[in-house]
Design a protein around this ligand. Sequence first.
Ligand SMILES: *Cc1c(COP(=O)(O)O)cnc(C)c1O
Length: 372
Amino acid sequence: MAIHAGNTPDPLTGAVVPPIHQVSTYKQDGVGGLRGGYEYSRSGNPTRAALEENLAALEGGRRGLAFASGLAAEDCLLRTLLSPGDHVVIPADAYGGTFRLFAKVVTRWGVTWSVADSSDPAAVRAAITPRTKVVWVETPSNPLLGITDIAAVAAVAHSAGARLVVDNTFASPYLQQPLSLGADAVVHSTTKYMGGHSDVVGGSLVVDDDALGDELAFHQNAMGAIAGPFDSWLVLRGIKTLAVRMDRHCENAGRIAEMLGRHARVTRVLYPGLATHPGHETAAKQMKAFGGMVSFQVEGGEQAAVEVCNRAQVFTLGESLGGVESLIEHPGRMTHASAAGSALEVPADLVRLSVGIESADDLIADLKQALG
Ligand SMILES: *Cc1c(COP(=O)(O)O)cnc(C)c1O
């Protein structure tokens, strides 16, 4: 499906890869005579349409939409679902930019939010108010790798008349399909595993409800933060190898988590594949495997964690994740600096790894030397 959905050979030439339709407008055959429905590339573009069809197929939804970034997708979804006076339940652990969108942007429009530990459905239920329209979860979460039982939280949200949104960026649809577990909308930063090569910034939404899909498409066009043709093509190209990349990411991450678990300087390893992880059983139930992200805490506090990041050589010190090359970072000072002082603040001695597809032996040797 990753290779074929949306990737119909070009009807004009037979090119097996969809062309990059780098174009803003389309010749009309007489006023209103659109060829294939295209009139202007903000409203629709064939390369983006190919990606959107592919995204919908992978998540098992009826409608996929591609955006300029993950945050643009989130913004479009929130402004479609919410009005002033509405309330959102957000998770206690989430991508820093998602938290910033709620804390610094959405609140200015009269939307309120509360934080709940989404790994506990009862805590989500307790945070819901009569004004709650959306329950937002990320699983596995960023950067603490917490696991939310999607089906259980969907039931809680629906019993209160709210919609469940799942940010599926860490898992990718190869490992987990939230719509099939009851979610109403799936968000991706396609910048990460979907693109997979650290060469594009993009985002997506997938829903299984035609009416909601139409409303989202209206807002996508009305607000305009679309994925451009070349960016769409890069994501579509990346997705073709999603399955083989994810298999390798998961295998390497499992080996690294095991090594870290035995290392004297590591005080705690956060990886849902470990039997000791509190969300292990839920993850095993709803995911095909446990993903490529591993976080760990280091003996010696913040300075020691920063030094591990600085000493790594095969792991590149940098933000982002999901690419073929391994990355290491210090969430407290980097990706999650915007959550400092909030309920979403992360431990100072935390190191986050995006485990790539290099040789696991090379990655393990590098971490051992970085830990000293
Ligand atoms: C990166 C990321 C986002 C934001 O996506 P951008 O493409 O950077 O705008 C959202 N959620 C998660 C889990 C992410 O890792």
